[in-house]
Write a protein that binds this ligand. Structure first.
Ligand SMILES: Nc1ncnc2c1ncn2[C@@H]1O[C@H](COP(=O)(O)OP(=O)(O)OP(=O)(O)O)[C@@H](O)[C@H]1O
Ligand SMILES: [Mg+2]
Length: 287
C-alpha cells in the first residue's frame, strides 16, 4: 500500500523541441501511515513534478508507480480508478488559484466531498469544520475565492483537501507566502493531523527551520535526481547540504558560528531557539 516509485522519469516536451527530464530514475516508497516527510531541493529540482505523480495527476514517461495497489504507467489505463486514487492521496498545488474554481469558498470546499457522494448537509458541515481547521472563520465561507489574498487562497485550497479526508496528504509549499504566525499555525495543524490520525503527510518546503523542527524524514532532489532520503538529523550532519547549496537551519547556523568563532565546544544540532539557549547555558555554566 502507499506510494511506490519504480525508476520513474518524467520528460517534458519543451518549446525548443528538446525534451527536458524534470525527474530522473526515481525509486522510493511512501507508506500510507505514519510518514511525515519534507521534500526539499533548489528551484527547478523537480519537487512539484514528483508531487504530481503521487496522485497520478501526471504520468511517468519512463518507469512506473504503484499507488494504493493501482499501477500507473505512461498511458492512461481504463481499468485504473483514478478518482478513487485521488481521494486517497490529496494534493494541494503550489499555486492555489489553479485549484479554486467555485463562486464561494463554501462551494469550493464542498466540491470534493459532494463529488464522492457525501450528502449535501454533511458536506456543508465538513466545509465549516475544514475552514476553521485552517485558521479562517465561518464568514469566509460566503466569500468569493478569487477575491482572497494569496495566503487565504492557500488556506482555502488546503481546507478543500482536508474535507476529503485523504489517507496521504501532499502539500506543495503550503507555508510559502504566509506570515510567520500563519506558517506556524499551519505547521502545527499538519503535525497535529499526522499525530492524531497517523495519516502520512508530505510537504514541499524551502524552510530548513521547519524541516529540522517538525519532520521525521527528508527527501532531497537535485537536478531531478534523488540526492538524499533519511532523517533530518542525518541530513544536516552530512555534506549533502553543501553539495546541494541548501541552507542549514538558523539554530544550527548560529550555534556553528559561535562554536567556530569562540572555539567553544557546543552541540550545534539543536532544533529550536529554546533548545539552542539551553545548550548555550549548559556550556556557559559548565565553564
Ligand atoms: N510544463 C512544463 N513544460 C516544460 N518544462 C517544465 C514544465 N513544468 C516544469 N518544467 C521544468 O521542469 C523542471 C522541474 O520543475 P518543477 O516545477 O518540478 O520544480 P520545483 O522543484 O517544484 O521548483 P520550485 O521550487 O521553483 O517550485 C524545471 O526546470 C521546470 O522549468
Ligand atoms: Mg514547485
Amino acid at each position: 500500500m502507499g506510494i511506490r516509485f519504480y525508476n520513474v522519469t518524467h520528460e517534458y516536451d519543451s518549446y525548443s523541441k528538446k525534451t527536458y527530464k524534470a525527474i530522473q530514475n526515481i525509486s522510493l516508497s511512501i507508506e500510507s501511515k505514519d510518514e511525515f516527510i519534507a521534500l526539499v531541493g533548489h528551484t527547478g529540482s523537480g519537487k512539484s513534478t514528483l508531487a504530481k505523480h503521487m496522485n497520478a495527476l501526471m504520468f511517468p514517461t519512463e518507469g512506473y508507480l504503484n499507488i494504493f495497489n493501482e499501477t500507473i504507467t505512461k498511458k492512461r489505463d481504463k481499468k485504473v480508478k483514478y478518482n478513487n486514487l485521488r481521494r486517497q492521496v490529496g494534493l494541494v498545488f503550489q499555486f492555489p488559484e489553479y485549484q479554486l474554481f467555485e463562486e464561494t469558498v463554501e462551494k469550493d470546499i464542498m466540491f470534493g466531498p459532494l463529488n464522492y457522494k457525501v450528502p449535501f448537509e454533511e458536506a456543508k458541515r465538513l466545509a465549516k469544520e475544514a475552514i476553521q481547521l485552517v485558521g479562517l472563520d465561518d464568514s469566509y465561507l460566503k466569500r468569493n475565492p478569487f477575491n482572497l489574498s494569496g495566503g487565504e487562497k492557500k488556506r482555502v485550497s488546503i481546507a478543500g483537501i482536508l474535507a476529503m479526508d485523504p489517507k496521504i496528504l501532499v502539500l506543495d509549499e503550503p507555508t510559502s507566502g504566509l506570515d510567520p504566525h500563519g506558517r506556524q499555525v499551519l505547521m502545527e495543524l499538519f503535525s497535529d493531523i499526522h499525530r492524531k490520525t497517523g495519516k502520512s503527510v508530505i510537504i514541499i518546503t524551502h524552510d530548513m527551520d521547519l524541516v529540522y523542527r517538525y519532520f521525521k524524514r527528508v527527501i532531497v532532489l537535485k537536478d531531478g535526481m534523488l540526492s538524499f532520503d533519511g532523517s533530518p538529523d542525518d541530513l544536516f550532519r552530512s555534506d549533502i547540504i553543501e553539495q546541494n547549496h541548501l541552507d542549514l537551519p538558523n539554530t544550527v547556523k548560529a550555534l556553528k558560528y559561535i562554536k567556530d568563532k569562540q572555539g567553544i565546544n557546543l552541540d550545534i544540532y539543536q532544533k529550536t531557539p529554546e533548545e539552542a539557549a539551553i545548550e548555550l547555558r549548559r556550556v556557559m555554566t559548565h565553564e
